[in-house]
Design a protein around this ligand. Sequence first.
Ligand SMILES: Cc1cc2nc3c(=O)[nH]c(=O)nc-3n(C[C@H](O)[C@H](O)[C@H](O)COP(=O)(O)O)c2cc1C
Length: 223
Amino acid sequence: MKIVGISSSPRGKNSNTLKLLDAALEGAAKAGAEVESIDVAKLKIKYCTACNTCQETGVCSIKDDYNGVLEKLLAADGIIFSSPNYITNVTAQLKTLFDRSPLVIHEQLFAGKYSFSLTTAGSGEIDFVLDIMNNYMAHCGGNTIGGVGCAMAKGPSAMEAAIEKSREMGKDLVEAIKEKRQYPEQEVAHEAWRDHFKYVILANKDNWTHNCDYWLEKGWIKE
Ligand SMILES: Cc1cc2nc3c(=O)[nH]c(=O)nc-3n(C[C@H](O)[C@H](O)[C@H](O)COP(=O)(O)O)c2cc1C
């Protein structure tokens, strides 16, 4: 079983959020997973140019570090997203990775995978930022088991508690993957998304040929 953690703070090893991610990956490793940490702030990932090549061919046209990250995410059973709160959002580095995902979203390539999210903030709005990362996973077709965050203003004991909670959630991610945990309400949301997005695929069928073939193969649309 493979679990990939994504960190996205520009502060490298000084990152508060990385402390949560390290603990989560430690917990997952202890529960038997093979783990890998990827710092997208250290990689060269350019902005999506909306060229539509991925929808047409199944491959992103931009030559940079994104395709390597995608390969690792596709090979993973579980993904842990992490970002500090930057103006009640994720960092630009993580958002840039998210924006490179039209293929993953249109073809629901994270279906069957599980995730959770981690954040730290100066003062708060933890849940809002966790929801941004968990919504991304939902858009990609995957299921999320929750999230952990900490407002640094609450002091060292709050951070200690968040580190411990992250470690436990890392272990629980392994359990969720092992038991193929069911989240009926998330499955309903995936179905509703496909129902709505079917019309977008059909409207673009002459151009988004890779997406269209994939939907036909999955039986999500008919000839
Ligand atoms: C550009 C920037 C924007 C930030 N915006 C917020 C914010 O909107 N709300 C908040 O509570 N903290 C905010 N912070 C504080 C960080 O979220 C906080 O210090 C966090 O723990 C940093 O995580 P890191 O050490 O992993 O980079 C911001 C910090 C920076 C540098």
